[in-house]
Design a protein around this ligand. Structure first.
Ligand code: SF4
Length: 695
């Protein structure tokens, strides 16, 4: 059977090029018990899926006509969003109809789009295999790499990671989740023993004190903010952010600290909490390690030191300590303002330390809670085979390698015994001429990577660049030698894992246009073409649900154990399922949090206080660059590099028409800048023209 016939056999042609619609995965609206029975989908029925943009993971109803989704609404019964959705969710179908969808595989001559040549899948797969073989055979397996994403389904990530590393022999493959959350992962691993965000969204409604650090929840996670607004306890809402964000404007207390002084503030806060006796001694004594050393560490940070670093008066620090001390259920939340910053891991751990020392963990309305960015950032962390070996395992651990090899039936020598280079190190390795072929999946680094000018220059050094995406027009696709057209959300099946560890289903409710294929089908096709044992290795990995069953086995015994989820239908029936769910168990509640038993994932079951001496910002303001620029999301209608949201006329109307800079009136006056002025911002790396907003 030819490759193209195989592709078609994955997809009965009468239904679609890319597999059947998922009519058997329909939930009776309003039923989340096991009693809910799948029913046959009529062509004009409504089915459900979780949103494929952000990590909130809202449930959507998809309304079909003639078997195709033509509209959607927010799912009133889904425990995440309770009938709400943000503009991106409401417009989730629009980007699928964009005119620049990639319809066929394309051979591209870099810089000459007029010479693009459409080819069929058989030729595309053969080109991929031939050119990857050529590079790997000449320069070794470390000369080929992939950069993936937090936007595709977990099963797709797992197949990609397994094919690339166990099949193709790659050592290096990472995802863009590295950019948003690697620091929080490192913090949790060291403090809790596993990458384990402990909360459930119901905690937003149960806290009497909510502390948001580096998080503009109103804009970046608007449905989570709606959960805060549903809190019936009139909570104190504390926002720690240099900028007076939309969230800060709604807060009961805003600490407008100097940029990058949060670690100092949090250490000073810990010292103050100790001074006023706001410590849960029993919890600290029974369930943690390292408190005495931590208390000794923070004793050095006097109120005067904190004021000097943060610009905040001592009274604000003391008032915040009193608010936390008086709270019965205090929850601490952070996101990119912490994650994407200098000393981010230690800052995240300083937040975790506050929760531990005050006993605010493992109870309703509490927690040290990192909020993720992408819809499947957690799927990527646990199952993409990039930083973790499949199932939250460790490439460096021989027992883990044996377990994974045994579980999926491969020779253990196929599993790398060292970690991949990280995203930035992969870029450096391309620059150094060590990596010569790169496969980019659903990831637009040419736009989003820090110092994109350098990134794009470096892409030019590659012998072979493959870009797999929905669109031919992304900035990264401009540099590609081969473009593989992918199906998008709504055009394929699989699962995503949201910020609160909830696994949700996405479903195929549209046919992908042209010859575009689900990423899953593309990976299978390429594995077949690659040869060298790959077709046999992935014979069992036939459908996303087959792979889900493999992932269940891989997760067995891990903190992220999902072996109790019988099949996709159970996820649908339960309104999503949070990990863990070990074999033989059933979710006792649709809202479950970790550490209610006070047992952490460290060897002795105790959480650790982790801390360090603050280090100066390596790139402080100076005479040539006298202002500090921090960045944030402009609106709820925009996502990442706008490859999708930019295709919706509605979202474009909702987003700011012009890129803007918020600047303090004093700084603006000193520079002669008035409201609305077009100004140039220059950094050590780039320049951009924007419009000024005084705040
Ligand atoms: Fe989708 Fe996130 Fe908006 Fe919910 S908040 S609808 S998951 S983009």
């Amino acid at each position: 059977m030819s490759l193209i016939e195989k592709a078609l056999s994955l997809a009965p042609p009468l239904r679609s090029f890319d597999g059947p619609l998922t009519e058997d995965l329909v939930r009776e609206p309003g039923k989340f018990g096991l009693g809910a029975v799948p029913r046959q989908l009529s062509p004009d029925a409504t089915t459900t899926a979780v949103c494929g943009y952000c990590s909130t993971g809202c449930g959507l109803n998809l309304h079909l006509r003639d078997g195709k989704a033509i509209n959607l609404s927010a799912d009133t019964d889904y425990p995440v969003n309770l009938g709400m959705a943000c503009p991106k969710g409401w417009e989730a179908l629009a980007p699928l109809d964009a005119e620049d969808r990639a319809l066929t595989p394309l051979l591209r001559h870099r810089g000459h789009p007029e010479d693009d040549r459409a080819i069929d899948w058989q030729s595309a797969a053969e080109t991929f295999a031939k050119r990857m073989h050529a590079v790997a055979d000449q320069h070794g397996p470390e000369s080929i790499a992939f950069l993936s994403t937090g936007q595709i389904c977990t099963e797709e990530m797992a197949l990609l990671g397994a094919f690339a590393k166990f099949g193709m022999g790659m050592v290096h493959g990472d995802g863009n989740t590295r950019q948003c959350r690697a620091t929080a992962v490192a913090a949790y691993k060291e403090s809790f023993g596993f990458d384990a965000p402990p909360y459930t969204y119901a905690d937003f409604e149960k806290s009497d004190v909510i502390v948001l650090i580096g998080s503009n929840l109103c804009i970046a996670h608007p449905i989570m903010w709606q959960r805060v607004l549903r809190n019936p306890h009139s909570p104190e809402i504390v926002v720690i952010d240099p900028r007076k964000t939309e969230t800060a404007m709604q807060a009961t207390c805003h600490l407008a600290l100097a940029p990058k002084s949060d670690l100092m503030l949090l250490y000073g806060l810990a010292r103050r909490l100790i001074e006023i006796g706001a410590i849960d001694g029993n919890f600290v004594h029974q369930h943690t390690n390292g408190y005495a050393e931590f208390a000794g560490h923070v004793a050095q940070f006097s109120p005067a030191d904190i004021t000097a670093a943060t610009g905040l008066p001592e009274t604000e620090l003391n008032d915040l300590a009193e608010v936390i001390a008086s709270g019965q259920r205090v929850s601490f939340w952070w996101t990119m303002g912490v994650n994407q910053s200098h000393e981010a891991t230690r800052t995240a751990q300083a937040i975790i330390n506050l929760a531990l020392m005050t006993g605010n963990i493992g109870r309703p309305g509490t927690g040290a809670n990192s909020i993720t960015g992408q819809c499947n950032a957690m799927g990527s962390r646990l199952f993409s085979n990039t930083t973790n070996l499949l199932g939250g395992h460790d490439f460096l651990n021989a027992d883990h390698r044996e377990k994974v090899a045994h579980t999926i039936g491969i020779d253990v020598d196929r599993i790398p015994d060292r970690n991949s280079l990280a995203y930035d190190q992969i870029i450096d390795a391309i620059d150094a001429g060590k990596i010569k072929a790169l496969w980019v999946i659903a990831n637009n680094g040419s736009h989003s990577w820090i110092d994109s000018k350098r990134f794009n220059r470096i892409l030019g050094k590659l012998d072979f660049l493959v870009v797999q995406d929905l669109y031919t027009t992304t900035e990264t696709a401009e540099h590609a030698d081969l473009i593989l057209p992918a199906a998008g959300w709504g055009e394929k099946d699989g699962t995503l894992i949201n910020s609160e560890r909830r696994i949700g289903l996405v479903k195929k409710v549209r046919r992908a246009p042209g010859q575009a294929l689900a990423d899953f089908s593309i990976f299978r096709l390429l594995a077949d073409a690659y040869g060298r044992g790959c077709p046999e290795m992935f014979a069992e990995w036939k459908t996303p649900e087959d792979v889900f069953q493999i992932l269940k086995r891989l997760s067995h015994g891990q903190p992220c154990d999902i072996s109790g989820i019988t099949e996709y239908q159970m996820i649908d029936n339960c309104g999503g399922i949070q990990w863990p769910l070990p074999e033989g168990s059933f979710p006792a509640s649709p809202q479950r949090r970790l550490f209610e038993d006070r047992q952490f994932y460290t060897e002795d079951g105790r959480a650790r206080f982790c801390f360090d001496q603050p280090r100066p910002n390596p790139e402080p303001v100076d005479r040539d660059y006298p202002l500090c620029l921090i960045t944030g999301r402009g609106s709820s209608a925009q996502w990442h590099t706008e490859t999708r949201t930019g295709k919706s006329a509605v979202l474009k109307k909702l987003a700011p028409r012009r890129t803007f800079l918020d600047i303090h009136p004093k700084d603006a006056a000193a520079l002669g800048i008035a409201v609305g002025d077009r100004i140039e911002i220059r950094s050590r790396r780039a320049r951009i023209e924007v419009h000024a907003r005084l705040t």
